[in-house]
Ligand binder design. Sequence first.
Ligand code: GLA
Length: 452
Amino acid sequence: MSDRQLISMFTDYFKNEPSHFIRVPGRVNLIGEHTDYNGFPVMPIAIPRYIQAVISPLDGNQVNISNTDHHHEPASFEATIDMPHSPKGNWANYVKAAIQALSSGIRGNQSGMNAMFGGAVPLSAGLSSSSALVVTSALAFLAVNGQKVEPISLAEKMAEGERYVGTQGGGMDQAICLLGKEGYAVKIDFFPLRATYVPFPADYSIIVANSLVRAAKTENALMHYNRRPAECRLAVAVINTLYCHDKPIQRLGDLPEVNGFTSILDNAENFVNDTFSESSYTLTDLAGITGESENMLAEKYLMTRSGQPMPVPSDGFLVRQRALHVFTEAGRVEKSRVALTSGDVESFGALMNASHESCDTLYGLSTPELNALVGIMKDHGAYGARLTGAGFGGCAVALVHDDNLENILSGVKEHYYLGYIPKHRSDLGGFDNFDEVVFPVKPADGGFTELL
Ligand code: GLA
């Protein structure tokens, strides 16, 4: 849908003239998966698939939202810091997430808004459509209130704000939505948030291929996702007991700062093997190591937004595997920055492959469908291929020379969508044309607001 069409839908629906247009990209993470909430860096790109909104201010704090996608029903609510949630899974919660995070910072009388949202970031595909919606809502709410917040600090606020919907995510998605830059991957560090721009080779693209397995962060995947940060927190508890009594670390990413552990990323395997002798831990095991009661551990490390601790996974806490992935993945991000900076696509591709392997075997993020896609893209000459984003479905991505784009795109169509899917997952499908599910991208700019 063009910008013009969105504006005319706004005018037809709200019967007034819009004041601002907002556009925010989705993202592909090139490398650094599940490292952000651990305080280690990530390296995503913003992609030219956008969430857009056309808005106008309203006196008072009423917010009326509508969406060009008829699956997303219109909603109206009052903007307050403690807004009640809409039903679980409802898109209005993402708009509310942004507004409640900003409300306390609005000076003077707060304005509400009319807003028509549209866009083409594929949903539940691991391309960050939800954070793009949160960031779009934030830019919208700031615009109608005549306020500006610097991108870095807005990204931090939105990462916190998105917890309103229940994900214990890190800050990658909100940051890249705002900090993306055409022609560059962005290495993002956290606590505090920092961006380093890394040139992306001009004659290469990233192919994005949707496995068609939904990876909605509000559904089952939310539980699978939230388990990982909890296991990492438990790893931190063990490390603190064993090595960091005097100066406990908060996240795995703090460990390289601790005396004696500065080269942990080069030594991850030995360290993890020495520290975690079991391949699976019960809460009783962890209580024995840390000297804390099981109840105390559950309260400190396993709490969910509902106020209940998350259930103990049937296969136990895989603390060793999670820690090994996080440390080795952090090492790969830095090596990737170096490789891309010197234009060494072969090394970068190999790092992507190693990342996929680790995401699959140590962090349990992949699916048979994602593995099939990764295999097909590599077989057709991709330099590297991996799942992207939270995992449990969604998209695989591959680094491809532009001369080989057509070959890989047609290979994926033939072998995945017309081969693998009908054979193994005939329940999946539901797209009208291939360009919606498999497409090449190059790094795009981050979100912006335009006065109309
Ligand atoms: C989701 C989260 C991010 C990050 C990725 C995994 O997209 O929102 O913060 O943790 O998963 O790398």
